[in-house]
Ligand binder design. Sequence first.
Ligand code: 13P
Length: 312
Amino acid sequence: MRSENLESVAKKLVAPGKGILAADESSGTIEKRLESINVPSTEENRRAYREVLFTTKVEQQGIIPGIKVDKGAKAMANFPGEKITEGLDGLRDRLAEYRQLGARFAKWRAVIAIDDGIPTRTCIEANAEVLARYAGLCQEANVVPIVEPEVLMDGAHTIERHFDVTEQTLRSVFNALAEHRVALEGMLLKPNMVLSGKECPQQASVQEVAEATVRCMKRVVPAAVPGLVFLSGGQTDLQATEHLNAMNQLEGLPWQLSFSFGRALQAPVLKAWKGEAANVAAAQQAFHHRAWCNSKARFGKYTEDMETAKAA
Ligand code: 13P
């Protein structure tokens, strides 16, 4: 009964044409976002900004609320430059409360950094283990876990290196999920796309990114997982849409390829809003437009000229 329900919620979350707005920034992260438009991160401003997002007119039906339940990626003892995500203590009780308040899915983000000598196997496995324990607790509470092991794009690494680390990370994550008896049909994976490092002099093309990402996912993500909801991870909004679109044009995809973008959905909204009530309509229009472009990209039907077109 529970697993049927989990499965149907997971499927609804990745229904064709839909996506997820990631607006679950921690206080520290939202402060950075608001600073970028010179708006102080007060409770009032944070609420006003999120109201802009949440009151945008979309087809109201079928919006499913979820919540971030991790307590952040913290420095991992004895592993300089590496992080381990915390938040398992008391999670069972918190999940029960969130479920009662209406949450139907949750998110936990693990962070894997690439640099000389890192990531270590210890860091990858420690994060995979807590992701799997989190996913198990979510399913017990009848909440769909979104499992997010993010291999960062920061650094000068090549796309090949990003591919290898992503493959290794996902392999560990799916091993741990199996060990913890997580039902793959009742979860979603939130992976990074496979990219050239931000500072890498040689940047892969859109087609290369799409092919490398799908190739990597096909190696390690079982077809039983209903969908992959990509994070944007610091790509521009246009890049993220183009990459998603190119992936959805590839043949033989066993899962839905969708999005759970934070920055790539919110950047144009912040830019239009600037903290002023007078700009709310323009900000909502920007959000609607970005969501519309990404919705088209889910069918591989996004084109550049849509950027200047009005959302249909
Ligand atoms: P980005 O799309 O900005 O990477 O954010 C997604 C997210 O929710 C990270 O946890």
